[in-house]
Design a protein around this ligand. Sequence first.
Ligand code: BES
Ligand code: ZN
Ligand code: ZN
Length: 505
Amino acid sequence: MNIISEKQSFQSASAEVLVVGVSKHQEQVAGWSDFVGFFGNPITEWIKEGDIASELKRLTKIPTFAPSAKIKRILFVGLGDRKKLNPEDLREAFGLVGKELHKLKTTSVTLWVDSFVTPEMEPTEVAIIAAEGAGLGYYSVKGYKTTSNAIDVKVEEVSFITATDIEEIIAGIEVGQVYANAVNEARTLVNLPGNMLTSTKLADYAEKLAEQYDFDIEILNKAQLEELGMGAILAVNKGSVEEPRVISIKYQATDKWEDVIGLVGKGVTFDTGGYSIKTKTGLVGMKGDMGGAAAVLGAMQIIGKLRPNKNVIAVIGSTDNMISGEAFKPDDVITTYSGKTVEILNTDAEGRLVLADAVTYAKQQGANYLIDVATLTGGVITALGYDKTGALTNNESFFESFLEASAEAGEFVWRLPLTENDKKRIRKSDVADLNNAPGSDGHMIFGGGFVGEFVDNTPWIHLDIAGTSDTNSAHDLGPKGGTGVMVRTLATFIERLAEEGEEEN
Ligand code: BES
Ligand code: ZN
Ligand code: ZN
């Protein structure tokens, strides 16, 4: 995308679409008289009469009729009551703008930044949110239809009308774009079918990412996992013809490798359930069982671009969960990388096994804090539905600051309790240290709690995105399919931690 860094006026701006924020008292917007002076005085009246909608998230599109206008059409974005407008609403409104721009096959846009300013949100913040929201809304799933004649359009030119320093606006736009692009890549990974995205392919993707952003990367293959004794991920992989991979990516920001945040992702490229096989409807959609890995890789992409001053290690355990004469079975007893033994009661509770080894590896690689992300249980959907990510933690203050980042990113996270009683049930086995499926009552807690058995005293947050990683229907910020959930929260969290660290020094 080409960002035109010269300041534009209504007269000079040349684009297919001019995007303008509109609320009830539009006359109060700085520059409004210039705007209507150029594009036509009736516009104020049309807003008052409702022909141009000012209600929140309503869009109105009109062609321009000023003879000298180099703008083809104006897209008005309803903001409702400016005093009440919050960043989430504005982001979603821009999501709809992105969808409209995509529909119009727009290649050039002018954004009148100052028309979106509110008492709470200044132009640079508007710029970030606008680019992020529009970038998310613009995303579409390509698919593989041979009959598809969808041409790949892209916004190629963006220019701005604003009284603020243009460099600041552009810096904001770039941050928003970085966030949106990373989420969109995570979405694409989630949308890839299991035959196209195997663990080897996922590792190849990670390798390219590492190359692009100068990360250290290590990819462990099956022989190396056997050598190390990663018995949990290997058990899940036993029924597969695809090799497993453990991917670890290091982003070192400070001289010393200390104070390291570990991001651990579940990368199950397809989950049949194994011998505890899923139902035929339960199987559909299980290509998305690597949503946690996608979230971690998306966050790493943002980190690679914005280079916050915080050390991060990402560890992804990847395999599919298949059936064959060699597959693992209920009643099997396995030894995890940590040395702890596990009695398998359900082969469909495979994510926690993969994460157990990945978490142990992350700790060994120096992680002082751990966040694991996984499409772990149907239980989280029963508890919280499809729009809330479920969380567990062993550390109040770590979780507190994480919640602030999730609020900033507009991604809802809700914590469930993990009690001593729950832990007792995870540790209940006649033959091993743990069992992998204590029951189906409140089982989101058992899934996450199992992972917790491998973190010991390290501050830890578990994120179950089984309900939020995928959607059945389009939403303001994107189409149906992979959502890229937690990419923005994780990256925002790392950015804010880095800033806090810098303030302290
Ligand atoms: N990948 C699934 C969880 C899942 C369910 C993700 C629905 C996305 C949508 C996970 O591996 C699984 O099968 N969990 C079981 C655990 C149970 C056997 C203890 C579940 O939730 O039913
Ligand atoms: Zn499963
Ligand atoms: Zn799974």
